[in-house]
Design a protein around this ligand. Sequence first.
Ligand SMILES: [Fe+2]
Length: 256
Amino acid sequence: MLTPEQIKENWDTFLNVIEEYISSDRADKLIEFYTQHEERFALMPASHKAQYHNCFPGGYIDHVLRVVNAALKLDNVWREIGMVDTYTIEELVFSAVNHDLGKFGTEEQASYIEQTDQWRRDKLNETYMFNDRLEYMTVPDRGLHLLYSLGIVPTKNEMLAIKLHDGLYDDSNKPYLMSFSPETKPRTSLVFVLHQADLMAARIEFETEWLPKLLGEKKEEPKKQTNNFKLTNSANKQKALKKLANPALAELMKNI
Ligand SMILES: [Fe+2]
């Protein structure tokens, strides 16, 4: 679980990441959309079942920030090992920021709503349930549809990375990922870097929550996330600092 302060801090960091890494035409549209639905996004869980990852208020943004952080670090590892340069850092961060956007639902209907069945709340510890007013769509399809309908056009690399971010856990990705012919393999490693980042984040979220329970240990307070984002452009940094409503966070970010 996250404290209200952590939820607020994550939200500010989320907006700053968009502002820092994404070009202004797309960043402005993203920030406008996300802030329009600030309460929904800031409080959304990453999943609607306790057995899945980050199923608590603020879990979605917490997960997305962990994926951005992991993606930036994995990008360095891949480059060090010899990856051919086939994507930009903006494409990496854009894909990470929006990879699970489909979990939002639509502007009218949230995907995850409060569980109304008291028996399921009591016996199965379910806080949320899936909103069946929503037409079925996979998370990547819904996220991409939202982006296109908002006029925020992903590049081809970003579209493929978001579409395929579940890797081979999603059978429908097989034609893209199980090709044995060089001509039909993905031509960008962005797809694999984002999938690894998502896998790493979800695994760590599982370990943090479940390993102490499974091993019968006392649950520790959640560790404060260290995202290590670098606001490298000083103009952007000043702009981002001005937008911070939280004075303590603004002070902290002056030093990074
Ligand atoms: Fe994810």
